[in-house]
Structures are given as C-alpha cells and as structure tokens.
Design a binder for this molecule. Structure first.
Ligand SMILES: Cc1ncc(COP(=O)(O)O)c(C=O)c1O
Length: 365
C-alpha cells in the first residue's frame, strides 16, 4: 500500500467527543455537559484576560516559572517538581508518551476517565480495565490485573463520570501493591471540590515515592477549560521525563497570566465549592424524588441512572428540546445513564423541571 501508515493502534482509537454547546435552532442553551465550573471563572481571571494582548508577539516562558512558583506557594509544593501543560489531558498524553510503548499495558478502572484508554490505544498499548464495585474503583481488581507489561496505572480520584472516590488509605494500598517500575498517575481534576476528611489528592504519596505523579487542572473548579491549562506534581525523575517530552512552549502566555490571577482569588474558589456542594445535593435529592437512581457524587456532576438506555436517550432528547444539554454515557458503557454537571441555581431548577416534565411527575418542593 502506497499511503502513509500511522503508528500501530492509532486507527483503533475512537476519538473523544466533547460535550456539545449548541443545538440548532435553540437560542437559550443550558450547558451541563462538560463539568465546567458552575459560576464561570473568577472575575479577576476574566479581567486579567483583557490585558494579555501585549504578550502575543513573544513566545511564552516555556518553563511557566511564575505560575509554578504561585502554584507551589498555594499548595506548599516545590516548584521544581511541578510542570504545566495545555490542560491535564496534555499532561496525561505526555506521561503516556514518556512511559508507554507498543505492546505495553495501561491499567485503569472500568468506568475511569475515557482518555486513559484512548491514549493507551493511540500509543499501540493495550488498555486493561479492572471491574468496579458500586461504580467505584476496586483496588484488589486493579492489583490483580498488573502484569509484567503494565507501565502506567491511571486513576481519577474523584472519578469522572461516576463521581465516586477512593479514600487515601485505599490509594496507599494500591500504591503499596504496585511494582516500583509501574507509574501511578493520580488524576485529581476534581480535587478542589473535595471536603471529605479521608480524601487526599496525592501530594503525600508523591513525596514518599518515586513512581507517583498527581495531575490537576484549571478546567473544572477554576472554570478555565478554554484556557487549556493543567499542572502536575511528581518525583524529579518523572518531571524530567515530562519536560523532555512536552513541547517547549506548550502553555500560552495568556493562559499563564490568566491562571495567575485565578489563583489569587481563592475566596471565589471557596464560593464555587460551596455552591456546587449545595446544588449537587439538591439535584441528587430532586432526581431521586423523581424516581431516578443517583449515586452519591463528590464532583461537580451527578450521574442520573434510568431503567434502560432507551429511557436515558429519550430523557436526553426531551431535555435537548428545552435547550438543556447533558452528557450521554454510552461511550463509558453506561448507556442507561446521563451525566449532569452542576450549574447555577436557575440551571439546576430548569434541569429538574425538564426531567420532571419528561417523567410526567411533579416537581419536588
Ligand atoms: C478526570 C478528568 N481528568 C482530566 C480531564 C481533562 O481536563 P483538562 O484537559 O481540561 O485539564 C477531565 C475533563 O473532563 C477529567 O474529567
């Protein structure tokens, strides 16, 4: 065949499909499909974005020095052990490129974030998925699937789309059972929403070991998904690998500047966390009152489970007719579920009204 041939695995990838943000013919859209922060970005970040024009003609600081300093100061981390990327997606992919090759295995949980299997497949590796219990990652099932070919374990904690999490004791148990040459990636995209006493994003484990890296993002509680900015904290050797593999200017200057302003507004982040918890609990209760199964979630989203995939699809279609976009979950093997991001109070009330109308039930008081 006289055509360019992609790497092994590439043509097996089903591309990730992001949440839609428009519906033809509908002007008032309520987008609850991509787990973006409920209240938008901090006004300080929005203001800073207006002042970024002067930076456009120069290359960015490829090391994101000021941003790493600020992240380090906020979280008590050594800036030398941080690196930044164009979203945590880019960092996950870079970690894959740095550690995973053709014929290797990448371990993740059954309903873990979809990108893990996608990036493994694109690298010619085999994604290995460990079954979950009660829509929650199962440490024993994960450990039972570690083989000599396992290179990386990706674990979102809390997980998207299930909204469940593992206490830190379980994360430590997972790490203790892994061979030292397997890299454990703790994807803590939703860490800022967490208030549970038994939860840790992973810093302590990174500090204590050579084979753990934690990834974070500005796309969720900071509501800066359009900026494309994430960061990770890891052992010096892992950070060194990431810095070798990543593009030299992978984070744009405006992204660095806006993120600095966003980090300065922690009271706003506290407000988003409190708002999200309140409306997540309200939405969970309201949907349960309508007869749906809704597992407890700790993220900025809930999973609404229907008796069948056909009913979930019908609910999705009914909501769309009202301009409400949620996320279908067939790609995760959860076709009977819809994932609903927590938005503003008005948005959540519209969502519950729309669902009640679909289910032909009364809106709970
Ligand atoms: C668990 C998890 N990890 C990573 C990401 C990627 O986020 P980003 O690339 O915007 O930082 C997401 C986004 O949905 C996510 O849910």
């Amino acid at each position: 065949m006289n055509t360019p041939i992609p790497r092994p695995g590439v043509l097996k990838v089903s591309p990730y499909i992001g949440g839609e943000s428009s519906i033809p013919g509908v002007t008032r859209i309520i987008k609850l499909a991509s787990n973006e922060g409920a209240l938008g970005p901090s006004p300080k970040a929005v203001e800073a974005s207006g002042g970024t024009a002067d930076s456009l003609c120069r290359y960015p600081d490829g090391s994101c020095a000021a941003l790493r300093e600020r992240i380090g100061a906020l979280h008590g981390l050594d800036p030398q052990r941080l690196t930044c990327g164009a979203g945590s997606d880019e960092l996950l992919a870079i970690i894959g490129r740095g550690y995973v090759g053709v014929g290797d295995e990448v371990l993740a949980s059954q309903y873990g974030f979809l990108m893990y299997a996608i990036l493994a497949t694109a690298l010619g590796a085999a994604p290995v998925l460990a079954p979950e219990r009660n829509l929650t990652a199962d440490v024993d099932a994960l450990l039972a699937r570690v083989t000599a070919k396992t290179r990386v374990v990706f674990l979102a904690n809390p997980n998207n789309p299930t909204g469940t999490y593992l206490p830190f004791s379980e994360i430590r148990r997972l790490h203790a059972g892994l061979p030292g040459n397997v890299l454990l990636v703790l994807d803590a995209a939703y860490a800022e929403y967490m208030t549970a006493a038994d939860y840790r994003a992973g810093v302590e484990l990174v500090d204590d070991s050579e084979n753990v890296v934690m990834t974070r993002t500005f796309s969720k509680i900071y509501a800066l998904g359009g900026l494309r900015l994430g960061w990770c904290y890891g052992p010096p050797a892992v950070i060194d690998v990431i810095n070798r593999v990543r593009g030299p200017f992978n984070v744009a200057t405006p992204a660095q500047q806006v993120a600095l302003a966003a980090l300065d507004d922690q009271p706003f982040i506290d407000k988003v966390r409190e708002h999200t918890a309140r409306w997540r609990e309200w939405t969970t209760r309201a949907l349960r009152d309508l007869g749906l199964t809704v597992p407890d979630s700790v993220g900025n989203f809930v999973l609404a489970r229907f008796p069948s995939a056909a009913e979930a699809d019908a609910a999705d279609a009914a909501l769309r007719r009202q301009g409400i976009i949620v996320r279908k979950m067939a790609g995760y093997g959860l076709a009977e579920s819809l994932r609903i991001t927590i938005g503003t109070e008005e948005e959540m009330r519209s969502l519950v009204d729309g669902m009640a109308a679909f289910l032909g039930d009364r809106v709970p008081a």
